[in-house]
Design a protein around this ligand. Structure first.
Ligand code: SR1
Ligand code: MG
Length: 424
């Protein structure tokens, strides 16, 4: 794998449309990709996410994307300072994910640790999956690609695949991503269940429900159990923010972007994030969509959610059969028939635990998008607050059910039944 070029910036300065061409001209692979003279390169700032500056730069031969961290949270402003180092962790994560599944992440041309910037492949005509789902587009390879991304990126950064020394070296590095993990610890697992300055919800429609969630002791206890897993279960390098806004798609291609929240955490967190956002999209369509077309598309999204999960488990188990090179479950201990049977039992148990984790984290991710700081466009785009609140109540009810029933559910059919019971 080609290593990204390392830019040696002396000090951090936010890039802008004027300074970018000179900055990029010094990176040989980028200069070739863009082609022509730097003076002719067109630069546009397009960042509309919660955290960073994002520039698209186009030359006569092609384009690149430059993503630079700001020293504060863009969503809130300078009152919320945020570590620039998140850009470095994003570049590390992209590098490790490219080792595991190169076709499903953007190519990384260059990294700049001090300047807190990364230069990546310009994906076009890709669009954000969340927008594609809102437009009702059916993407034929989506579930195949997402399940592969999950299986390859999680298995190949776990103790099932990596030797312990390599895994520990990587973990040591990613342990530094403290501030971004803290955002998730607060925004996903804590703030929706207490009065917190950033929280918002559709008011007054959801006022009573938000209060009921803050008073729901059994739910809060389960969410804290999941938070403890998030804090302690260093199973694999997780993307850490794998919602449908972190996936870019065309009709045929899929790429996972934006892994700045990456750290060694529970595998179910990534799978749960993805499934949660697909379920939100389905519920939003059920409310939005008029008549048969809306119903058919809602069903298509639910089918994709199921296919992502079943595809992931099949691929993960297959990798465990063929590429178990790690220090966990040392393969030579299970070479005979009795060993294989015992291992298979352990694998069944492992996958069942992973399913329960996925459901629990999915539930947390659904609830935070309704009662917490950061919301999602699928629901925010429903202009009528009464109609939006109907969808949001359903998302909350489903999220709560997934968390509380996660150990009783045995297969994805149970999830689909829960959806049908709640989303009628
Ligand atoms: C404070 S940042 C809000 C959210 O945006 C990111 O995409 C993460 O989901 C984070 O929780
Ligand atoms: Mg992001």
């Amino acid at each position: 794998m080609e290593e990204p070029f390392r830019v040696q910036t002396g000090q951090y300065r936010p890039l802008n449309e004027e300074s970018l061409a000179t900055y990029l001209a010094a990176i040989p692979s980028v200069a070739v990709t863009l082609g022509g003279e730097p003076a002719a390169w067109r630069v546009k700032e397009v960042g509309d996410g919660n955290l960073n500056l994002v520039f698209i730069v186009e030359g006569p031969a092609g384009g690149v994307v430059v993503k630079q961290a700001l020293p504060y949270l863009r969503l809130v402003g300078e009152s919320w300072p945020l570590a620039l180092e998140r850009s470095y962790f994003e570049s590390l994560a992209l590098t490790e994910q490219a080792r595991a599944t190169p076709d499903l992440v953007p190519r990384l041309f260059a990294t700049d640790r001090v300047g807190a910037a990364i230069v990546m492949e310009y994906l076009q005509p890709h669009i954000i999956l969340r927008k594609a789902l809102m437009q009702g587009r059916k993407l034929e390879n989506l579930a195949e690609h997402l399940s592969t991304f999950l299986a390859e990126s999680l298995f190949k950064t776990s103790d099932l695949y990596l030797p312990a020394d390599r895994k520990k070296t990587l973990m040591q590095e990613f342990c530094g991503n403290i501030e971004l993990c803290k955002i998730t610890e607060d925004l996903v697992f804590t703030d929706p269940y207490r009065i917190s300055a950033g929280n918002r919800w559709t008011s007054p429609q959801l006022d009573d429900t938000a209060a009921a969630f803050r008073a729901d002791a059994p739910l809060k206890a389960e969410v804290q159990a999941l938070k403890l897993k998030f804090l302690t279960n260093a199973e694999a390098l997780v993307h850490g923010d794998l919602h449908t806004g972190s996936i870019m798609v065309t009709e045929l291609e899929t790429r996972a972007i934006d892994p700045e929240f990456a750290f060694f955490g529970p595998m179910g967190f990534d799978a749960g994030a993805l499934i949660a956002n697909l379920l939100i999209a389905a519920i939003a369509h059920g409310v939005h969509g008029q008549g048969e077309l809306g119903d058919a598309y809602r069903t298509w999204i639910l089918d994709q959610a199921e296919l992502v999960w079943t595809g992931f488990t099949t691929k993960f188990r297959a990798l465990w059969e063929t590429e178990a090179t790690g220090d966990a479950f040392t393969a030579e201990l299970f070479a005979d028939a009795a060993g294989r049977a015992a291992l298979s039992e352990q694998q069944d148990r492992y996958m069942a635990n992973l399913f329960a984790d996925m459901l629990g984290f999915a539930g947390c991710k659904m609830i935070r998008r309704i009662l917490g700081l950061a919301h999602v466009e699928d629901l925010e785009s429903i202009a009528d607050p009464d109609i939006r609140a109907v969808a949001e109540h359903k998302v909350l009810a489903l999220g709560r059910r997934l968390i509380l029933s996660r150990n009783a559910m045995t297969g994805f059919n149970d999830v689909l039944h829960a959806v049908e019971e709640i989303d009628i």
